[in-house]
Design a protein. Sequence first.
Length: 188
Amino acid sequence: MEPSTASARFSSRRERNLWVLTAAVVVAIYSTLGLATTLAEELTNRELLDNISAAAFLALFAVVAAVGFKGRAPSVFHAAIAIGVLAAYALVFLRMASPIERSHLFEYSIVAILIHEALLERGREGRKVVRPALVAVGAAGAVGVFDELIQLILPNRVFDPIDIGFNVLAASMGVAVSNAIAWGVRRR
C-alpha cells in the first residue's frame, strides 16, 4: 500500500507535531510585530514586563531541558550543564536593555530548537538529514530575516540588520545548548 502524501511528508507523528508547533510559534512572532512596542510600553507601565520576561526565560530553560533530557532524570553532571546553560542565558538576558531585544532571545532560540528537534526526529526515523544543527540555525535565521522585512512595512517598527544577527545568535544558542545537554545525557 502506498503511503498518503500527508504521511509521506513527515517521518512520524512527533515530527509532524514539532513542525506544527514551530509554525504556531512563528505565527505568534509575526502576528505580534505590530503590537510589540505598544505591548512593551503597556506592560512596563503596569510593572509587569520584568515578571513576564522572567517567566519567558524560565519557559525557555524548561524547553531546553525537556528537549535535552528527553524524559530522563538528570544526574549531578546534567544539573551542572543545566546551571551553566542557565547562567549563559542569564548573562545574555541581563546585558540586553530593550524588552523587545530580550524577546528575540526567547523567540529564536525556541524556533531553532523546535526545527532542530524535528530534523533530528526525521533522521531517527530513517530519512536523510544533512547537518540538522546548521539547517535549524539557518531556517530560524531565515524566519528572523522575514521578521525584519515585515517591519519595513510597519509604521511603528524599524528594519534593523543588527536584529537579524541577534536572531541568528539566539538560534545558535538554542541549538548549541540543546546539543550540549543531549551530549551530556548520551555521555552518561
